[in-house]
Design a protein around this ligand. Structure first.
Ligand SMILES: *Cc1c(COP(=O)(O)O)cnc(C)c1O
Length: 223
């Protein structure tokens, strides 16, 4: 089933888009099944869960952290994480930089923006992002690399609203690119789109889509 789901989704993705298989709450056997169907990029939103899965699964998996990250949990993922999608404060970025330095790594990160109508979703606004990127503290960071932006649309059936929010994130990306990263080719990622809205996200310029339930089935949060 997982293999068939992956194949169906891959058939719809342009070559420029990377599929992040969101495997949070799913057992290692499900991830292995996806791996055997040649999936290499996985997304998790709990640091310890990601660390535990990383320890038992093949070493060539690229681990993307996609959830709210508490500073005291950074240490569990810094040795191996490929991309942190969810930088939502200057403090968090600074803490990642500090941990990454201990491991002599440069950790790739995305700035998460609040683009949805819901109050509950984490993320920066443009003023906060500018403040972060203008700060001396940021300019001194040697062990993080900002590679783009991430956002989550409102959970709604209103396709026009979702599309508007994705367009907004794309505009944020273009503005930051022009103002701060014009000569930096590594600033190229737009992480947007989940199971229900990734086709719209791709039309609006996503380079990374984060798809969970369409691959692994519905999650059971009671376990
Ligand atoms: C869980 C999650 C996803 C995947 O959600 P699905 O609807 O199952 O595809 C994507 N992004 C983030 C940040 C998530 O927490």
């Amino acid at each position: 089933m997982i293999k068939e789901n992956l194949e169906k989704i891959r058939a719809t993705l342009p070559e420029t888009v990377t599929l992040v298989a969101v495997s949070k709450t799913k057992p290692v056997s499900d991830l292995q099944e996806a791996y055997d169907a040649s999936q290499r990029v996985f997304g998790e939103n709990h640091a310890l869960e990601m660390r535990d899965k990383h320890e038992v699964l093949p070493a060539d998996i690229q681990w993307h952290f996609i959830g709210h990250l508490q500073t005291n949990k950074i240490k569990y993922i810094t040795p191996f994480v490929t991309l942190i999608h969810s930088i939502d404060s200057a403090n968090l970025l600074e803490a990642v930089n500090k941990e990454a330095a201990k491991h002599h790594r440069v950790v790739d990160c995305l700035l998460q923006f609040h683009i949805a109508q819901e109050e509950t979703k984490f993320g920066l606004d443009m003023d906060e992002a500018r403040q972060l990127l203008d700060s001396e503290a940021f300019k001194a960071m040697q062990n993080v690399c900002i590679c783009g932006v991430m956002g989550m649309a409102t959970f709604t059936d209103d396709e026009a609203e979702v599309r508007k929010e994705f367009k907004h994130l794309k505009e944020i990306f273009e503005t930051l690119k022009k103002e701060y990263f014009a000569d930096q080719p590594q600033f190229k990622e737009i992480s947007m789109g989940m199971s229900e809205d990734y086709p719209i996200a791709i039309e609006e310029g996503a380079t990374l889509v984060r798809v969970g339930s369409k691959i692994f089935g519905a999650r059971n949060y009671n376990v």
